[in-house]
Design a protein around this ligand. Structure first.
Ligand code: MEV
Length: 315
């Protein structure tokens, strides 16, 4: 039996604008993971999947167009394997459609487990490329940030570019303490991403101007991270939330949680991911953390968790 896992992710700032070529910053959620376990199947059994969290079990032959059947086939082709009898068990601690990258994590765990089973080492870029191709096929116009941060498992600066994205490790002078509040409202990434695309098509000047403002604050956030200026970073997160509201991807639940976090002493708070539901994050200090966690629960968060982004030397 072979197994592998992959982390969830949080976008610290820059979501949506990143689809349109502006920079964004994301970090892995190392403690919240998806797992893939591979067992050899009986001769002629083909490729089977068991995913209790998705409430599904299927075979690649029976559901060849299932996103994970396609991803497994593409991965096996890259690994030089075609006819293979395997059972893949998938499980995830990351709530689906919550903005924490469950799709990218499940896909990455699957690719890693297949590579480990065949005995081939794939570089993070290769893993990310396989998962990206799958996300592109099933989620419209992803920027690639989710699969990249999940495959690299470190905080990154990401800019969508052709032929390949710009990915840089970040200098983080002091660890970031984040509290994540889940609205409990599930929202598939492609829906708000599609709505933003429609808005951008209808009024490109307005949206390009909003994306420029997001890009500008993400650059300032990079400097704030490098200098360990948490109050400045908090203010930038608040500004990013205000722009996301104008972009049209916030929701009353997200705004209730971000407001509660700020009132309880967070340095800044914003939605994280695609929006309309899913999670928000708040930048806290060890002192304000308990009050912010309590305030989020009282404001109706379905789940509250703490996440630390470690300090790094960066590039
Ligand atoms: C989703 O985690 C982030 C978005 O910017 C979409 C994308 O980058 O593909 C909303």
């Amino acid at each position: 039996m072979t197994s592998a896992s992959a982390p969830g992710k949080l976008i610290l700032c820059g979501e949506h604008a990143v689809v349109y070529g502006r920079p964004a910053i994301a970090a892995p959620l190392g403690d919240l993971r998806a797992y893939a376990q591979i067992e050899p199947g009986g001769p002629g059994s083909g490729l089977g999947f068991i995913a209790p969290d998705l409430g599904e079990s299927w075979t690649a032959a029976g559901q060849p167009e299932h996103p994970l059947s396609e991803l497994a086939r593409a991965t096996l082709a890259r690994l030089g394997q075609h006819e293979i009898d395997l059972t893949v068990r998938l499980r995830s601690d990351i709530p689906i459609a919550s903005g924490m990258g469950s799709g990218a994590a499940i896909g990455t765990a699957l690719v890693r487990a297949l590579a480990a089973h065949i005995g081939v080492a794939l570089a993070p870029e290769e893993v990310a490329a396989l998962v990206y191709a799958s996300e592109r096929r099933f989620h419209g116009t992803p920027s690639g940030i989710d699969n990249t941060v999940v495959a690299h498992e470190q905080a990154i600066w990401f800019v969508r570019r052709e032929p390949a994205p710009l990915i840089e490790p970040l200098t983080i002078a002091a660890p970031l303490l984040l509290v994540v509040g889940d609205t409990g409202v599930r929202s598939a990434t492609r829906l708000p991403v599609g709505a933003v695309r429609e808005g951008w098509r209808a009024d490109p000047r307005r949206y390009e101007a909003l994306f420029d403002q997001v890009g500008e604050l993400v650059m300032r956030a990079r400097l704030a991270l490098a200098t360990g200026d948490a109050p400045l970073l908090g203010a930038l997160l608040d500004a990013n939330q205000a722009l996301l509201e104008q972009i049209g991807v916030s929701s009353p639940e997200l705004e209730r949680l971000t407001a509660a976090a700020r009132r309880a002493g967070a340095l800044g708070a914003k939605l994280s991911g695609a929006g309309w539901g899913g999670v928000m994050l708040a930048l806290v200090t060890p002192k304000s953390q308990p009050a912010v966690e309590r305030a989020l629960r009282e404001a109706g968060a379905a789940r509250v968790l703490a996440a630390t982004v470690p300090a790094t030397g960066g590039a």
